[in-house]
Write a protein that binds this ligand. Sequence first.
Ligand SMILES: [Cu+2]
Length: 120
Amino acid sequence: MNTFIRWSSFAAAAFLLVVGSGSEAAERSFRLYTVEVNGVKFWIPSTIVVKKGDTVRIEAMTKLEGAAAIHGLSIPDMKVQEVVDNNVKLVSFKADKAGIFPISCHLHPPHVGSQLVVLD
Ligand SMILES: [Cu+2]
């Protein structure tokens, strides 16, 4: 029985180490596209999830044509504000606070809503 308890404790400690090592800050990359479905414009993926302390790299572009191709990528809580067209725009920032933060188009506020989820 004592051997079982010792091995169980060892296994539990090993599990915690694995979980602990997974909580380190990392670089997380995403590619966001503006699309339109039935007259509604939005970013795909519409929700991106990272951990607090991560460096977030977003490659953003729109898949729309002509004058409808230009939209803003704005995450005010992360001090991000860029104009995006059919060319890839690289945006990078550190997610330094946890929470759920809106991603919007600062050029046309009703357009392209999304959200950034930063886990603590
Ligand atoms: Cu827009």
